[in-house]
Design a protein around this ligand. Structure first.
Ligand code: GAR
Length: 235
């Protein structure tokens, strides 16, 4: 089955992760998925160019305009969910630089089907720390977006930072982790140099997580992601 994917972006990034997803589909890294709609809450989002170039439908859903019409934030989540479900029959929602928190009114349409890319290392659940691959313990970076998350890691002298792809739950930045990329921080790093290396890694882990989802290889058990073997993935 080819999963219909919605990619949600904003004007805070450059759309490089959307481009990486589309490239991974072209390259056969994501075999069972197709981006069928790109959504932005801002019409200025640079990533919209990628949808335009490939004739992928793009939807602009401005929250400000929405609230000005007297509707609520809950209405926004609900309407966005209905649109992706009913109009585009979406199987997987990917937040690739999306800045708005999506609440229960949205998530109820896509249980365990929304994944987020976060520019910080996150543990599963509400734990504050995580142990990295070489045994170093670092504090989770939650609730910060893009440059601010990168700046935080530099300011707080983290030896390593990175990005996390996780399932979205109503608890912000606490959903089950699918995959992380760890990036060492060098003495001379500034936000630009460090974020460049983080993004390069994001362009690998996000398509990898999407491919695992589309190949039906992700299972959530007790709040943790289990990656099934390729052979047992249809089970
Ligand atoms: C990515 O680095 C992603 O981790 C971050 O937005 C960037 C989008 O970059 N997400 C968040 O900050 C959400 N908390 P891109 O537009 O180049 O893909």
């Amino acid at each position: 089955m080819v999963n219909k994917i919605a990619v949600l972006i904003s004007d805070k990034g450059t759309g490089s992760n959307l481009a990486a997803i589309l490239q991974a589909i072209d390259d056969g890294i994501i075999r069972n998925g197709k981006v069928t709609v790109v959504v932005s809450d801002k019409k200025e989002a640079k990533g919209l160019i990628h949808a335009c170039k490939r004739n992928i439908p793009a939807e602009i859903k401005g929250l400000k305009e929405y609230l000005q019409q007297g509707k609520t934030r809950q209405n926004y989540d609900y309407d966005l969910g209905v649109m992706l479900k009913m109009k585009y029959h979406v199987d997987l929602v990917v937040l690739a630089g999306w800045m708005l928190i999506l609440g229960k009114n949205f998530l109820k349409y896509f249980p365990d089907k929304v994944i987020n890319l976060h520019p910080g290392l996150l543990p599963d659940g509400d734990i504050d720390y995580l142990i990295l691959s070489d045994g170093i313990k670092v504090k989770a970076i939650r609730g910060l977006h893009t440059d601010a998350a990168v700046q935080f890691a530099i300011d707080h002298h983290y030896p390593v930072t990175g990005s996390t792809v996780h399932f979205v739950t109503p608890l912000v930045d606490q959903g089950p982790v699918i995959i992380r990329s760890e990036v060492k921080i060098k003495n001379k790093d500034n936000v630009k140099t460090l974020y460049q290396r983080m993004k390069k890694a994001e362009h690998k882990i996000l398509p990898e997580a999407i491919a695992l989802f589309c190949d039906n290889r992700l299972k959530i058990e007790d709040g943790r992601v289990i990656i099934k073997d390729a052979e047992t993935s249809s089970a």
